[in-house]
Design a binder for this molecule. Structure first.
Ligand code: FES
Ligand SMILES: [Fe+2]
Length: 429
């Protein structure tokens, strides 16, 4: 794990000279053509987190994920050998989607012994092998061994299930996550199995919502009304300064202050938070003690409250001081729409008051996320006007600068490789 130095001089942004400090174009968030390129260059090539192992408790447990941006649907399943595998969700007979319930475009989950296609009844086992063909003798030299489900590279990292849709990919998910991932290893994610989930369709480019959650520069202003009046005035006076920023490859993290769980002075927070001993930062009482891995609170700050990891392209992981975590996913459905998912993970409550404290954290999170979400459609509409095309980003917005650069670089790189490929050249000749 590398040491995390605070820049001796200058800003966090200047610490990474490749980012530059110039105003940033948001054309990448409004151009339908650019989005089409992102689908192939990013979503069909990088490791995507599609869920957690707790969603697959038994042999035969499965769930589907609609990966519209990557132009496919996958089914993730636990095999007889306990391995987690993923397959493209398509029947090898005539291409029907294999696993779905009433609505083919909706995700589903469950437990089964095999997958049976609704169309003509072909069956596949949990390891993807074709095991039954209706009226097999009517086919011509059909070898069932040639018609298994199309596998997708799958890897479980710290209980998070990742898939990679690029059959030529040679990098493991662990390598892909780099030093930021390694620094999180050993955190007891698997003990936090009490989950509260939110899902929303949002009218903005996927990167705009990551932008909103990857900086806290907005927090004292946009969320001012969440604090009691006095506190809110103080907070907007202080502004926000991250304790630490770190970038590695396309990923980034910010470590932040978080003195509200518990607050120094209970009168800083609203009466319901005092009554339930909880709030946005989570329940005030830690359910378990954790020896934090080196990547969490890297500055070892005594006022540390939360680390926010932006794991490219569309997965965010937030680890909070009172020992719980939060995930965000942003699944694009067009250049100007995406599905947002937020999930809070707690150690299962042992008492009613622990349960209530978790519930309050969950509804408080929803309130904040709605405030964040509110600005997104307003921003999308106006940047689409192209009246203004370049936007100045401050030092506390370094992760946004990095996100957009990483996404643009990946598209450029993909385009370069595509146009340089021999097939393309001979086709052009
Ligand atoms: S399409 Fe699946 S069995 Fe025919
Ligand atoms: Fe916010």
């Amino acid at each position: 794990m590398p040491h995390f130095p605070k820049p001796a001089e200058g800003s966090w942004t200047e610490h990474y000279p490749e980012l530059g400090t110039a105003p940033v174009s948001y054309e990448d968030s409004i151009s339908p053509a650019h989005y089409e390129l992102e689908r192939d260059a990013i979503f069909r090539r990088t490791w995507l987190n599609v869920g957690r192992v707790e969603q697959l408790p038994r042999v035969g447990s499965y769930f589907t994920r609609e990966l519209d941006a990557a132009r496919t649907s996958v089914v993730v399943v636990k095999g007889k050998d306990g391995e987690v595998r993923a397959f493209h969700n398509i029947c090898r007979h005539r291409g029907n989607k294999l696993v779905w319930n009433d609505f083919p475009q909706e995700e589903t989950d469950g437990t089964c012994r095999q997958f049976t296609c609704k169309y003509h009844g072909w069956r596949y086992d949990l390891e993807g092998a074709l095991t039954f063909v209706q009226q097999e003798e009517e086919f011509f030299d059909l070898d069932k061994g040639d018609y298994g489900l199309v596998p997708v590279q799958t890897e479980v990292w710290e209980g998070f299930v990742f898939v990679n849709l690029d059959p030529e990919n040679t990098t493991s998910a662990r390598e892909y996550l780099g030093s930021l991932g390694t620094g999180l290893e050993g955190y007891p994610f698997g003990e936090m199995t009490q989950v509260h989930r939110y899902r929303a369709e949002v009218g903005s480019n996927w990167k705009l919502f990551i932008d909103a959650f990857a900086e806290f520069y907005h927090a004292p202003v946009l969320h001012a009304k969440q604090a009691v009046a006095d506190e809110s005035r103080k907070l907007s006076g202080y502004g926000f300064e991250g304790l630490h920023y770190e970038l590695d490859g396309p990923h980034g993290m910010v470590s932040s202050w978080g003195g509200m769980a518990p607050p120094k002075d209970p009168s800083m927070v609203k009466p319901i938070e005092r009554a339930l001993r909880s709030g946005l930062f989570g329940p005030w009482d830690k359910p378990i003690e954790i020896d934090l891995p080196p990547g969490i609170n890297p500055a070892r700050s005594p006022v540390w409250g939360i680390d926010t990891y932006v794991l490219f392209p569309n997965f965010m992981l937030l680890v909070w001081a009172p020992n719980w975590y939060l995930t965000y996913h942003y699944w694009p459905t067009s250049h100007r729409t995406h599905i947002f998912e937020g999930a809070l993970y707690f150690v299962p409550p042992k008492t009613a008051s622990e349960r209530l404290a978790q519930e309050l954290a969950a509804v408080t999170f929803k309130e904040y996320a709605l405030q964040d979400g509110n600005t997104l459609e307003a921003t999308q509409r106006m940047i689409e006007s192209r009246v203004v095309t370049e936007f100045p980003l401050c030092d506390q917005e370094i992760l946004l600068r990095h996100l957009h650069k990483s996404a643009r670089d990946m598209v450029d790189d993909h385009e370069r490789r595509r146009t340089e490929s021999p097939v393309r050249i001979s086709a052009a000749v």
